[in-house]
Ligand binder design. Structure first.
Ligand code: COA
Length: 370
């Protein structure tokens, strides 16, 4: 898409020339970054950049956002290119009164090298070319530190109240109120944790995944009234790398009550008799809802194709009830394995809500061994 007044050579005007003073490879990459308007084929790289920069939210389909901006009469998306790689972006639009910026992002490896300033300059120059007198942008409450970047490049805070209304039903509820938890000890660092809640409202239509081929035979066995010690072994071995702290905080009595509840089903996947992973299905809210409370692999078994199989098996196991649940839920957070959210979506779950939390670092609290 090209907006009004945009000439085909626009990108060239913003191509940065290498600076002899630049020393590091990263700095050189930023200085050589070519900035140009979006072209067909850039979409995938842009979406990957936005995901890497935590700009994607379940209620904003990034691919649809790109298509919509490209169709709009007075908007543009600038990309910073390092060869074929999209390493920076800025979406801008002029509504006839103010110019707006969205999806301003630079690749994490390029931060602090001037790439953000350059991509913004391109967007601002384009807006100026539309006779736009003033540019504005919105910073999410969870992203307040980024205000320092905008101040460094000439923006000032204005005391306004931002209000909004959806004109179409959003695909998922927009819940982005940060939950602030202040630890009793102010020296304990707080972690920013985003939790995504997902659901599946009908049984998957695809047939169950085949059992993976492994060196030793696989077994999948339900634990009936497991001991707290064995449960802690699998739960903590799987969960500690991802800072699963909730069960760590429980005493043995609390754990015992959950794991011996007939409506909580814990299945252990083993390879050659060695525990490789587990899934905990919580049916306590049936017949309305079943929940995959925990699902994960032991560190030694990650990357062998067991995860998708175990997840798919758990999904079918949950739906194989009579009566079946009205919905199956699961949640994942940004402390989990980076591919967890994608794996749940691939298994048929859809995000329906998101919550931003500040959590005292469980390692600093001594809840999880550091
Ligand atoms: C915000 C973002 C685009 C900045 O990109 P960048 O490539 O690091 O920015 P630059 O290197 O061009 O920095 C320009 C100036 O801002 C300053 N700056 C950048 N990030 C800063 C920060 N977090 N705090 C304080 N100053 C900052 C730089 O020091 C530099 O100042 P200088 O020119 O006076 O030395 C990048 O951090 C990003 O992609 N963040 C994630 C996505 C995001 O939050 N986007 C904003 C949505 S509203």
């Amino acid at each position: 898409m090209t907006g009004p007044g945009l000439n085909g050579d626009y990108g060239k005007n913003f191509r940065s020339k290498p600076d002899r003073r630049a020393t590091s490879k990263i700095e050189q990459m930023s200085l050589e970054m070519e900035i140009r308007p979006i072209r067909d084929g850039d979409e995938e790289g842009i979406v990957a950049l936005w995901a890497a920069c935590d700009l994607v939210r379940p209620w904003n389909d990034p691919t649809a956002d790109i298509a919509l901006a490209r169709r709009a009469p007075a908007s543009e998306i600038f990309v910073g290119m390092d060869g074929d790689d999209v390493v920076a972006s800025a979406m801008c639009g002029f509504d006839g009164h103010r110019g707006w910026l969205y999806y301003v992002a630079t690749h994490p490896d390029l931060r602090g090298t001037g790439a953000g300033r350059k991509i913004l300059s391109a967007a601002e120059a384009w807006l100026a070319e539309q006779d736009c007198p003033k540019v504005e942008l919105i910073i999410r409450g969870s992203n307040k530190p980024v205000a320092a970047f905008y101040e460094a490049v000439g923006y000032t805070h204005e005391d306004r109240i931002l209000m909004a209304k959806w004109l179409v039903e959003p695909p998922v509820a927009q819940t982005e109120t940060p939950v602030e938890v202040t630890p009793a000890d102010p020296t304990v660092p707080l972690l920013d944790v985003t939790v995504t809640f997902l659901e599946m409202t009908s049984r998957p239509t695809a047939p169950p995944r085949p059992i993976p081929v492994t060196g030793s035979p696989l077994s999948l066995v339900r634990l009936h009234r497991p001991t707290v010690g064995y449960y802690r072994y699998i739960q903590h071995t799987v969960g500690d790398p991802w800072l699963w702290y909730e069960r760590r905080k429980m005493n043995d009595e609390q754990i015992h009550a959950i794991i011996t509840d007939e409506d909580v089903e814990i299945y252990v996947l083993s390879e050659g008799g060695v525990p490789a992973g587990f899934v905990e299905l919580d049916f306590r809210d049936m017949p309305d809802e079943a929940d995959i409370a925990y699902f994960g692999l032991m560190p030694d078994f990650i990357g062998k194709g067991l995860g998708p199989y175990l997840l798919d098996w758990a999904v079918h196991c949950a739906w194989d009830r009579d009566p079946a649940p009205k919905r199956l839920t699961v949640n994942t957070c940004t402390l989990d394995h980076p591919s967890a959210l994608g794996a749940y979506q691939k298994a048929g779950f859809t995000p329906y809500a998101r919550e931003l939390n500040k959590v005292p670092d469980p390692r600093a609290l001594g809840v999880i061994p550091g």
